[in-house]
Design a protein around this ligand. Structure first.
Ligand SMILES: *[C@@H]1O[C@H](CO)[C@@H](O)[C@H](O)[C@H]1NC(C)=O
Ligand SMILES: *[C@@H]1O[C@H](CO)[C@@H](O)[C@H](O)[C@H]1NC(C)=O
Ligand SMILES: *[C@@H]1O[C@H](CO)[C@@H](O)[C@H](O)[C@H]1NC(C)=O
Length: 973
């Protein structure tokens, strides 16, 4: 019989439904050694001549200049842009490498290469945002070779150019995260033809939102304010557009809290179009007009019923102004200031949208099918739709998440094949209930993958837009979201997130840092899926300060993470350290510091209750951490001579309602001040709140042969006042081992608490239940007695599965013994180990039908009141005709079906939602009634592909209160 705690891969990988490479990495099209193969584009003092046709789009000529500069950053010598038509070009050779860049159907250079049968663009032409890169031999007389980037349209060409930039060593994050260019002496283009596109999602982009104080403060410090006082002028937006295009996005919702994109800088609108960006306006800003324009330019009130003429002329002006620019028009209407409106009935909304569509087709002189339009199904709006509102098929239904990363809908029925398609508005930052999260990154990428893959696979492929708040600090979730939207097929495998993260980290920080960075940010995402920073101030502290050492062990994961991140940082070249700090080390350090404040406040409270002198050190640690939080922000603000000043101005400590506090505030600490000289020695045991001397005889939780390997049994001896004492701990049985069994304690000072770990030699312990008595004898003739219950039961030799200890069986969802073939295991998903779900395209199953997961467990405690708890993702009922449900049955008995989340009319969040999103899980318990001791089989049917199971706990009388449940039980395999 082998006692093994399974690693996540040991069972999980056997049952992956996907196969092959975890993340389809792009093959490299360039090599960088002195003796390369293919066509040489760069060498010592050699950079390419980049030829672009004068008749090509201005955005192509613009990107050619970026490409020339990017070669310069890598090689140390700039490329040069030569505007040349076919006539001059075809007669001119160059001693330098030549890159021809152009748009098919626009560029005489490219078109003539096609006409002369030198260039085959069949795989590219007429497609949306597609490009090819290839080396052409003898393109014209006297010229050996050229490298050609040919795009199907403006963005196809732009993406082709930026792909070269990234592959030679210029990151999309060169400005926003200071990723230094990779220096190279040689660059060779391989002779393999490469094509990419069209993208998975047609319109993909970001929403700059919740932009004060950080982005706004920074903007005012760096850009000249517009006449209206906004800093978001064209100098700002060109940096945004550069990033979005390098991430192969094409869509932006501009900052709008106190700005007006089209008016703050008259260059903003035409510049977006020239770059190749589709502009939109946020969900409640219809017809390409900013919310802030209403108070200045709307005649009368924002009221369709009461001021139709005023509202119509305001909207008409929006359409007229943007008619020549690439625009996705937001349709519909919400109340003033982004609120629900009492007078907007669904028939009034139908009228609004019909009028908006008529106005667009008339103003733009185009059929509606050629005008991108979106109706954003946000907050109460889906309620109108769910009640049967009629909206023409041309309109993209832009669904949204619940502001916490759980998508509220997948398209169903007639929504699936509408010509306008469907989209998703997703949040990495939010202002509102249950609490804002707008400080730093709190996103688990595995969850983004799971939710957005579900959306995509169920047909949400017209628009993806992510609310990225201030953008800075959300680099990683932004990059991941855009990569998924560009090429969802590369992310088929449920393990693709970590693999993508390795690839991404290698590109930003170098190969040597890639694996460790991926691991650090995977753990970081997991720690944040347990609770976002802003939610930590709730009392009592969510992580148990007593049971399962939950708060303490969770905090230890943070300190370990800091150590790993710091170790990677120290090995990096100094230029790379800056970007690594911004994206990895900063969130890890800053996050650990906030967790330290709340964890030590909670643990310190317990210590103070026991009158431990060390409580005072915890209080001082919290004070120090509070100061450290300020120091870390200052470090961020002084980087690169203050380049990112203001980005850490966001308050984040001391929330007491959904809205941010006006300043950070330290939680109240309890300390020990009174004297208890006559009761200097204290003793406490694990998972207990009583202590010596108040209680003379303490009982440890039972130690079983089958206690989870991650659990240790401990008792603490400590000083309750200033002074010195010695102690010895002895056991009345020889097979109990105690560390630190003899010591001297002096307080105040470090080491005023000493922890002893208690273990049992199972080869010597008696079979069955017994106990040991430990005696803690202090020098001040104080003697505490600690009872250790010992459980040494046997299980049948052929048993395989999880084993009860201390009245609980805890099972990670991926550790089933059978039935996983039709399920998907998502590694590193959720709060503990992983998630298990049906494939995204799975049908819905009736109760007890479809594939079942089988779990095997063994109990020693017979009880008449067993219960079973399911830990699920906080996913919404994304299919309102078929809500999330699961069925379970124990030992072939009656089946129970549970719907964890109630349905509603789509206009609000379901009951229980707030608690679930704060804690990162729906936790649902059901009674099992009588459960005999012995071997059991649990069958679980997940009935919907819109839900994820992470963990199961069987309680036979011993489960204690905690956030995440007991640690996983021992498994015999
Ligand atoms: C290379 O191009 C960059 C960006 O246009 C410019 O700032 C720099 O001065 C150029 N370097 C040389 C040596 O011309
Ligand atoms: C749109 O372009 C047309 C043709 O170039 C021009 O006449 C018109 O003034 C432009 N409209 C706006 C609002 O810029
Ligand atoms: C213990 O000693 C420290 C440091 O000298 C002092 O600040 C504290 O007040 C003392 N505690 C008690 C309970 O007397």
């Amino acid at each position: 019989m082998a006692f093994v705690r399974l690693l996540s891969l040991a069972i999980g990988t056997l049952y992956f439904s996907g196969s092959g490479a975890a993340y389809k990495k792009k093959p490299s099209a360039f090599t960088f050694s002195a003796e390369g193969t293919g066509y040489q584009l760069g060498g010592p003092h050699i950079a390419p001549e980049i030829r672009v046709a004068p008749d090509d789009l201005p955005g192509v000529i613009r990107v050619a200049n970026d490409l020339a500069a990017d070669f310069g950053k890598v090689l140390g010598v700039n490329g040069t842009v030569v505007t040349a038509d076919w006539k001059t070009s075809s007669q001119k050779t160059s001693s330098r490498p030549i890159i021809v860049i152009g748009t098919i159907g626009q560029s005489s250079l490219v078109d003539n290469l096609v006409t002369s049968a030198k260039l085959d663009v069949a795989a590219v032409a007429k497609k949306w945002e597609t490009y090819s890169q290839q080396v052409l031999q003898a393109p014209w007389a006297g010229q050996d070779s050229v490298f050609v980037i040919a795009g199907s349209d403006l963005r196809g060409t732009v993406f082709g150019a930026y792909e070269v930039s990234e592959q030679i060593g210029v990151s999309p994050w060169h400005y926003w995260a200071d990723v230094p260019p990779t220096k190279r002496q040689y660059i060779w283009a391989s002779s393999t033809v490469r094509t990419e596109g069209p993208p998975s999602v047609k319109y993909r982009g970001i929403f700059l939102n919740d932009e004060a104080p950080a982005l706004t403060g920074w903007g005012h410090a760096n850009f000249k304010d517009s006449q209206y006082g906004s800093a978001f002028v064209s100098d700002f937006y060109k940096r945004i557009f550069d990033l979005v295009l390098r991430l192969k996005g094409n869509y932006v919702w501009p900052a709008m809290w106190s700005s007006m994109f089209y008016l703050d800088d008259p260059k903003n609108g035409p510049m977006a179009t020239e770059y190749g960006i589709f502009m939109g306006t946020s969900h409640h800003e219809p017809m390409a007009r900013a919310d802030k324009e209403q108070s200045r330019f709307l005649k009368g009130s924002w009221d369709w019923k009461g001021n139709r003429a005023g509202v119509q002329s305001f909207m008409q002006e929006g359409a007229t102004r943007s008619k020549n620019w690439s625009t996705i028009y937001t349709l519909g209407m919400r109340g003033s200031g982004d609120a629900a409106s009492a007078t907007l009935t669904s028939s009034a909304l139908e009228e609004v949208i019909k009028w908006q569509q008529a106005t667009l087709t008339k103003t733009l002189g185009k059929p509606l099918s050629e005008i991108p339009q979106a109706w954003v199904m946000y907050k109460e709006v889906p309620g109108y739709w769910q009640k049967g509102m009629d909206v023409s098929d041309d309109v993209t239904l832009l669904w949204s998440d619940d502001n916490r990363g759980n998508i509220r809908r997948i398209p169903i029925g007639k929504e699936i094949n509408r010509s306008g398609g469907t989209g998703m508005y997703y949040h990495f930052d939010y202002v509102g209930d249950p609490r804002n999260y707008k400080w730093i990154n709190t996103i688990q990428l595995q969850k983004t993958w799971e939710q957005m893959s579900l959306a995509y696979d169920r047909g949400v492929d017209k628009i993806w837009i992510a609310n990225v708040g201030d953008l800075k600090a959300l680099e990683l979730p932004t990059a991941h979201f855009m990569a998924l939207a560009w090429d969802r097929a590369s992310f088929d495998d449920p393990g693709s997130t970590t693999e993508w993260l390795k690839d991404w980290s290698a590109r930003q920080f170098g190969d040597d840092a890639a694996d460790s960075t991926a691991s650090i940010m995977t753990i970081y995402g997991k720690l944040l899926s347990r609770m976002k920073y802003e939610d930590l101030s709730r009392t009592p502290f969510a992580f148990s300060a007593v049971n399962y050492d939950e708060a303490e062990l969770n905090y230890k994961e943070w300190t370990d993470l800091v150590a790993s991140a710091q170790a990677v940082y120290e090995k990096l070249p100094s230029a790379t350290q800056i970007s690594f700090f911004e994206v990895v080390l900063h969130p890890v350090l800053a996050g650990k510091t906030v967790y330290e404040i709340y964890t030590k406040t909670a643990l310190g409270g317990k210590l103070a209750n026991e009158h431990r002198v060390s409580a005072n050190q915890f209080a001082r640690d919290v004070q120090t951490a509070f100061q450290t939080d300020k120091d870390i922000a200052k470090r961020f603000h002084t980087l690169l001579n203050g380049k990112w000043n203001h980005f850490m101005d966001q308050t984040h400590i001391g929330y007491n309602n959904w809205q941010e506090p006006s300043s950070n505030s330290i939680p109240k600490q309890t300390t020990v001040t009174s004297s208890v000289k006559n009761a200097l020695m204290g003793v406490s045991v694990q998972y207990g709140t009583s202590f010596f001397p108040t209680t003379a005889k303490l009982t440890l939780p039972a130690l079983s042969r089958f206690t989870a390997p991650s659990e240790q049994r401990w008792l603490d001896v400590y000083a309750r006042d200033n002074g010195t004492f010695s102690y010895t701990i002895t056991s009345d049985t020889p097979y109990v081992k105690i560390t630190n069994a003899k010591s001297t304690i002096t307080a105040p000072g470090a080491g005023s608490d000493i922890r002893s770990i208690v273990t049992v030699d199972w080869t010597a312990a008696p079979a069955g239940s017994s106990s040991a008595t430990l005696t803690v004898a202090g020098s001040a003739s104080a003697t505490a007695t600690v009872i250790l219950p010992i459980e040494n039961p046997t299980v049948p030799a052929d048993f395989k599965g999880h084993i009860e200890a201390s009245g609980a069986v805890s099972l990670e969802a991926e550790h089933f013994v059978a039935g996983g073939n039709e399920y998907v295991v998502v590694p590193d998903y959720g709060r503990t180990l992983s998630g298990v779900k049906l494939p995204t395209k799975s049908v819905s199953y009736a109760p007890g039908k479809g594939p079942a997961l089988t779990y095997s467990f063994y109990t020693f405690t017979a009880t008449s009141s067993a219960s079973l708890t399911f830990y699920l993702s906080p996913s919404e009922n994304a299919n309102p005709t078929s809500p999330n449900r699961y069925t379970f049955a124990v030992d072939g008995g009656a089946q129970t079906t549970v719907q964890p989340v109630p349905l509603n009319d789509g206009s609000s969040q379901p009951a229980g939602w707030s608690d679930a999103v704060v804690k990162g899980s729906y936790v649902k318990s059901a009674s099992l009634g009588k459960l005999a001791a012995g071997k059991h089989e649990l069958k679980v049917w997940l009935l919907e592909p819109t839900m994820v199971l992470t963990k199961l706990v069987v309680d036979v009388g011993g489960v204690k209160t905690s956030l995440m449940g007991p640690p996983e039980s021992m498994i015999i395999s």
